[in-house]
Ligand binder design. Structure first.
Ligand code: FAD
Length: 470
């Protein structure tokens, strides 16, 4: 059986491994438009050591992803953060990130009391007794709209957009509740179904009380790879046994009497095709094979972003936080977040000096498209100094890399869940073709891996995700 996979990002490479493990005789060709594999995973070869300038961590609590990494022989490469807290820059001050919230949404005013006005505090505490929320079971709506109506703008801009924006490169207004915080949508559904007074604070309190009490030593929430994500994408490429073609832009996939023709790369014919490209490209490539599915997926929009990675000779004066999220209503700050990588990760601290990543760009803004490199670096250094007092120019800037991520992340808006569901059912009617990627069922690394493995299983006509055979 001959398989073509379009895209050698995390999804495409994971799918290649899954196909190879299930059908060791399969011939797998992977076509990648860029001159390297990995997509949004990119470990740059800094002189001071491998440095991630795309994704830099994964949710370590996901046992399926951990098992998958182990099966690739990466168990010993996984490292954990220092445990230093993250900060929020709001009101011109560095503040502790609020605890006991759901993505920055509190159940009472207590966790956010240091961040908002008296008026907002009173509004949050009065919300549970206010008119019930007009929530329809199964619906989705924008997180920003929900939070602004119930708690006001300060919570939406200061905590929720900062926390959700850190994951999705979008503000709370451009993200759906069910799409990004599904447990909150389910808690609201439950309140309606049980005829209870449906409010945002009641739903948040249900979620917070369902959190298990910590037992024993706290387990790390995040993990990373000692040598950066290159360890993962190189292991995947190796394990897949696939022929990987770089600089191989695929412009069309069409049906032939004996399979599918992939135009671009080797211009060859295959029995089955798996598309692992961003949503707009996938929509384009499905145009002739699955016009309805193509039309549906076209509506998924992408957010651009930029990472400026900076290595300083000295870490003196850099505060002891893992990083800082910037409130969306903070004037005069261009960055949306800083990761103090050498504070967050002990293995990076071993290099000496300081490693800091500045992140820019939210859905709808033009920063990644129009801001030149010198300006981005100036913004990164100026914002860092304004927020922390750390003078990066004085500390000696020895290495720097500006990485633009055009279409870096799909925007999980209020239509997203319904769009993906509709797309899936439309594509299911086309035998021999599957699609996966960060647009499908979550943008985080474990979610992308899970969706890619499931898509590969469907392509082989086997919907059971079996145990991992290393
Ligand atoms: C700045 C940033 C930071 C992130 N941080 C984290 C993090 O810390 N933790 C986390 O869990 N997740 C993080 N993510 C999310 C995660 O990295 C991505 O969701 C994931 O890597 C996406 O993988 P993918 O394979 O779906 O897509 P991609 O990585 O986009 O791969 C798609 C591939 O398809 C190729 N391609 C496109 N068109 C064609 C074509 N026509 N022909 C051939 N090839 C084509 C592309 O070149 C690309 O290599 C981050 C994302 C970004 C942008």
């Amino acid at each position: 059986m001959r398989y073509a996979i379009i895209g050698a990002g995390l999804a495409g490479l994971t799918a290649a491994v899954e196909i190879h493990r299930r059908d060791p005789d399969a011939q797998i060709d992977v076509y990648e438009a860029a001159d390297r594999i990995g997509g949004k995973l990119f470990t740059a070869p800094f002189e001071s050591g491998p440095t991630d300038v795309g994704a830099e961590a994964f949710l370590a609590r996901n046992s399926e992803a951990r098992e998958f990494f182990d099966s690739l022989g990466l168990a010993e490469s996984v490292v954990y953060p220092s445990g230093l807290a993250s900060a929020l820059y709001s009101g011109g001050e560095l503040q502790l990130l609020p605890q006991n919230t759901v993505m920055g949404i509190p159940g009472t005013s207590a966790p956010v009391a240091h961040l908002v006005s008296d008026e907002t505090r009173m509004r949050i505490d009065a919300e549970e007794a206010a008119e019930p929320l007009n929530w329809v079971v199964g619906e989705d709506r924008s997180v920003g709209d929900l939070v602004r109506r119930r708690y006001g703008d300060e919570i939406a801009d200061r905590t929720v957009s900062a926390l959700l924006g850190g994951v999705y490169s979008c503000s709370a207004d451009d993200l759906g509740v069910r799409a990004t915080i599904p447990a909150l949508a389910e808690a609201l559904d439950q309140l309606v179904l049980s005829n209870k007074h449906t409010t945002l604070s009641a739903a948040i309190k249900i979620m917070l009380s369902a959190r298990p009490a910590p037992v024993g030593e706290p387990q790390p929430v995040f993990g990373a790879f000692r040598g950066g994500y290159a360890e993962l994408y190189e292991a995947l490429a190796e394990e897949s046994g696939a022929d990987i073609y770089l600089d191989a832009f695929v412009s069309a996939v069409t049906r032939t009497p004996d399979g599918f023709r992939v135009t671009g790369g080797e211009d060859a014919t295959y029995d089955k095709v798996l598309l692992a490209t961003p949503a707009p490209t996938t929509a384009l490539l499905l145009k002739s094979l699955a016009p309805d599915a193509s039309q549906t997926l076209k509506s998924v929009k992408l957010a651009n972003s930029v990472v400026v990675a900076m290595k300083f000779d000295s870490a003196e004066g850099l505060p002891d936080y893992s990083g800082v999220l910037v409130a969306a209503d903070e004037p005069d700050v261009h960055a949306k977040a800083f990761t103090f990588s050498s504070k967050k990760w002990p293995h990076l601290a071993e290099r000496g000096g300081a490693l800091v990543r500045a992140s820019f760009g939210r859905f709808g803004d033009q920063i990644a498209l129009t801001t030149d490199e010198d300006t981005l670096v100036d913004w990164a250094l100026d914002d860092l100094q304004a927020i922390t007092g750390f003078d990066g120019r004085e500390a000696g800037l020895s290495e720097i890399l500006t990485q633009r991520w055009f279409g870096g992340l799909p925007c999980y808006d209020a239509d997203h869940v319904a769009t993906v569901e509709k797309f899936r059912s439309e594509l299911a009617a086309v035998a021999g073709v599957e699609a996966t990627g960060a647009w499908a069922d979550g943008v985080g690394v474990p979610a992308v891996i899970a969706d890619a493995r499931a898509a590969a299983a469907r392509l082989l006509g086997d919907n059971q995700l079996g145990g991992i055979q290393p």
